[in-house]
Design a binder for this molecule. Sequence first.
Ligand SMILES: O=C(O)CCC(=O)C(=O)O
Ligand SMILES: [Fe+2]
Length: 338
Amino acid sequence: MQTLKVPLIDISPLISKSQGNVDLISSVIQEISLACQNWGFFYVINHNIKESVISSVESESLNFFKLPKEIKSTVARFDGNFQGYSDTELTKQKLDWKQIFDFSPEDAFQSEVTSPLKGIGIHGKNQWPNDAILPNFKNTMTSYLKEVRNLGLVLMQAIFKGLEMDCSQIVDTQDLLEYCFSIKEDTSFGRLNYYPEYVSNGNNSNQLGVGPHSDAGVLTVLYQQEGVCSLQVLKDNTFYDIPPIKDSFVINIGDMTQVWSNGRYKAPIHRVLTNANKTRISIPFFLNPKYSCLVEPLCPREDQIYRPILWSEFRKGRVLGDYADLGEELQISHYLVK
Ligand SMILES: O=C(O)CCC(=O)C(=O)O
Ligand SMILES: [Fe+2]
């Protein structure tokens, strides 16, 4: 398998804005814009999330997945609550070879009652393993989520600025961020993925860890365990490896960013392979907008190829397509202007 040279971007100029040199910032924005056009994926380094924070998240994740199934099941997802543990995750109605644990920012909108997606069970309070069993788990995950969400917003601001430069149109990126993201109404979430070893019995040699898909939301910030290479991106009909790189996060854009860019940036199709002799941990954070956010191409002067998409409507369609045997999967192609 070939390795795609997904760009590695040093984002320190975006992080240390106060001393930031305008030219350095704008060259990072251009690198990000190019990566979004060519691959939809890029690595970031010098992101300012400490290695010690990431290694605690990784070790707490392993501690959780090593627990007996009866204990993990005490925090299992159930009808009406999407948070917590599952080993029956589907991608496009095929079973993934993995276990997961989902959690949202604690301050966020977690109420089923007031959710516009009421009834499809994607809301609910975070479910944390018992303190007596994993005393540090909740704190580790909640503080990580705050940091990684901030990083996601910094990157999104850069992406909005890049789109502004590309279309020579003034987009008030600060207004746009405020319109789309608010912690109280956040629909972002973190996920711990654990991929057990998989030995094919000959019948299903093409079992995948996660089947090919694009991420539905805005942007994904992914930590990958070192030493195991399983993530691949589809480009020009070939899957290319995206190996872990020390001290980096892998970033990919989601469908909503493809719409904002009017198709100039592609939300990449990616998949995860199984591994016969190693387990693997990966930790994505999915940055999503508020449900009321209407996503539409940002450059009004261009011919818009997409109609506006209400995030709540799109997410509902994707969830029904992915998780229940209902309907066809909702794709952004359904929103192409005819
Ligand atoms: O495990 C990975 O590397 C990526 C997982 C993924 O694509 C997802 O959870 O959406
Ligand atoms: Fe994904």
